[in-house]
Structure formats: structure tokens, C-alpha cells
Design a binder for this molecule. Structure first.
Ligand SMILES: Nc1ccn([C@H]2C[C@H](O)[C@@H](COP(=O)(O)OP(=O)(O)OP(=O)(O)O)O2)c(=O)n1
Length: 119
């Protein structure tokens, strides 16, 4: 086990696990009434704003963020997670299977934007 995540070292974290953990989190606090699609969408947009603040005024940053302090990367991970968790919960509350929808969208993208033909 790793820390408090309940996930074994090397084990993938699935959307299904995140969905279940968010459902448990809301149920245990009697917060299901707050997790309506509209509320979750607004919360998601708010977290996207917090994520944007991290990059605001920094100019372009190189991939991998080599110059960032560890605490800045931890903060980034937290904001990315908030966005993901609200997205997963919003999808669940809308009855959308996010994993399957995303795979289908990748297929649609590939049809819309075909690979360049090899010369
Ligand atoms: N009604 C709520 C409130 C919070 N959360 C969960 C999902 C997010 O991962 C996280 C968001 O918590 P905060 O609203 O406290 O936001 P931050 O963690 O970003 O804190 P802050 O805005 O103080 O930086 O908690 C939730 O599921 N439902």
C-alpha cells in the first residue's frame, strides 16, 4: 500500500475507483444533495480557475517544469486533481461513462484528423 491512497505500488488508478471514492465521500457527509450537475460544473470551472492561477504571469514554461520547486508541483497536482475529481463526479451525476466516452472521442478525433500519409 502507498500512504493513505489504498492503491498498491504500481497499480493503475482507474476512473471507476475515483468515481466510487467520490460517491463514498459525498454519501458519508450527506453532501449528495449538493452534487447536482450544475453545482458540480460550477465547482469544476472554479477549480480550472485555480489551476490557471498557478501558470498565470509565468510566461511559457518548459515541459516537465524543471525549474519548479517541489511544493509548487505538489500544489499543481492538487489543483489538477480537483479538476479531475469534479469532472469524474459530474460525469457520474449525468449518467455518462467518462472512460468509454473519452475513448470514443479519441476515435472520432482520429477520423476527423487523419494521420499524414507516409511518402
Ligand atoms: N461540496 C464539495 C466540496 C468539496 N469537494 C471535494 C472535491 C474537491 O477535490 C475538493 C474541493 O475542496 P475545496 O472547495 O475546499 O477547494 P480547494 O481544495 O481547492 O481549497 P481552496 O479553494 O481553499 O484552495 O473537495 C466535494 O467533492 N464536494
Amino acid at each position: 500500500m502507498t500512504g493513505t491512497t489504498g492503491v498498491q505500488d504500481g497499480e493503475s488508478v482507474t476512473l471507476e475507483l475515483l468515481k466510487q471514492k467520490m460517491a463514498d465521500f459525498a454519501k458519508e457527509r450527506n453532501w449528495e444533495k449538493y452534487h447536482s450537475p450544475r453545482n458540480l460544473l460550477l465547482a469544476l470551472v472554479g477549480e480550472v480557475g485555480e489551476l490557471s492561477e498557478i501558470f498565470q504571469w509565468k510566461g511559457e514554461v518548459p515541459k516537465g517544469l524543471p525549474d519548479w520547486k517541489e511544493e509548487e508541483k505538489v500544489h499543481l497536482g492538487e489543483e489538477l486533481s480537483d479538476v479531475l475529481l469534479y469532472l469524474v463526479r459530474l460525469s457520474d451525476m449525468c449518467g455518462v461513462d467518462l472512460g468509454k466516452a473519452a475513448l470514443r472521442k479519441i476515435e472520432l478525433n482520429a477520423i476527423k484528423y487523419p494521420k499524414p500519409s507516409s511518402e
